[in-house]
Design a protein around this ligand. Sequence first.
Ligand SMILES: NC(=O)c1ccc[n+]([C@@H]2O[C@H](COP(=O)([O-])OP(=O)(O)OC[C@H]3O[C@@H](n4cnc5c(N)ncnc54)[C@H](O)[C@@H]3O)[C@@H](O)[C@H]2O)c1
Length: 428
Amino acid sequence: MKKKILILGLGYVGITLFAALMKKNKIHELYGVDNSKELIKNLKNKKFITYEKNLLNIFNKYKKNNIFFDSQINTNIKYDIIIICVGTPIKSNKKINDKFLFDAVKDISKSLNNNSLVIIRSTVKVGTTKNIYKFLNKITKVKFHIAFCPERTIEGNAIEEITKLPQLVGCIDKNTKKLTSDFFKILTKKLIFFETFEEPELIKLLDNSYRDSKFAFANQVAIICDQLNLNAMKIIQKANKNFTRNAIPLPGPVGGPCLSKDPYILDQSTKQNSSLITQSRKINEKYVELFSNKIIKFSKKLNEKNINFSIIGISFKGKPDTNDIRDSTALKIIEKIKSEFPHSKIYIFDKFVETRKIKNLDCIKINKIDDCFKKNVCIIHGNNNYIKSIDINKKLNNNAKVFVFDFWDNFSNITNPLNKKRYSGLGI
Ligand SMILES: NC(=O)c1ccc[n+]([C@@H]2O[C@H](COP(=O)([O-])OP(=O)(O)OC[C@H]3O[C@@H](n4cnc5c(N)ncnc54)[C@H](O)[C@@H]3O)[C@@H](O)[C@H]2O)c1
């Protein structure tokens, strides 16, 4: 039976789900609504906020008559399935801001019929779906169904992953289970069911908190190595070598819209402080702070009137590539440089981040990666493949003045001992 499917919120999560459905769904009508008029205008012109593998190809190939975009919900339509993908950021006090989510729930309340299925896809504090259920019950007269099914894909490869990863489905009755599995079967047969909302709510938060904690261990090693004057990368690689009980990740900056907030949201889900998880988050924050302090301390010692800085790679991660700078640790470094060196210029090279975003940061976009090494201090923030392929020996030989700080210790092949002295990091 032909259904009307609405995706509310077409940001990073909503648009990739929409694209995956465009590709796989043949019969249903797909409606995409985002209350940002600019986003909808851009979308209609196939301009996307996210750099995502195959997104444009899918829009070129599969845009058919059963696809609609708007900045408002069409109040004349009753939708069979509504998937809410709006943002749930944290506030400056690290508490979740679920206003957008509850506003979105209010917005859909008049667009449901007696068999409609509402899927909450946004990341939430444990217990939120139950509250949404109660809230929606109060403001609508119809008997709707509700499920919590979190997004677990990786930015940059989400459209492919969405059909490969198991989908978690939390719902409390058999009819909802059937409706939700019929929906997800458009994308994948791999479904994991729960009879509560809270279990998948918790798993979503655990996923990111676990990753954050693993990276925190590596970053703690880097902090220790820095104090002991040892190379963290070498220590970790050799500790892992042929010793399967160790799988220590490599140190590096940990930011982005998920890992920098989900541990705090998990922490708020219980009255007890989940100390390992929040401590890990704090170690990852500390790592960036110590790294930035090292750059600042060094730069202050340079006998230059106006020091110029360059940063290579400012997106929040390099694997897979993304243009997303939300909560990127690079922003913290930029902020710090600006407060300590208000008259200095910051030049940025990033293959994926748009010029507009760099201008908004009040920085200068550099078009040639080579030019980054013509500045006094060059900070390598990313570990993308295009960064790893830099010929570092050549850059250091050709630019006698530059000093390089590398977050990822991307280059273990610096041959000239004098050049080695111009390459540093935390635990490098
Ligand atoms: N980015 C990721 O890769 C990722 C991964 C897993 C989970 N999540 C979670 O998914 C959710 C969405 O994340 P995102 O990165 O896509 O956020 P986003 O900020 O990129 O997108 C949210 C979109 O919702 C729109 N919106 C807000 N209120 C609306 C309303 N009432 N009606 C219509 N549109 C509305 C906004 O304009 C925005 O475009 C968050 O809870 C996030 O934590 C994100």
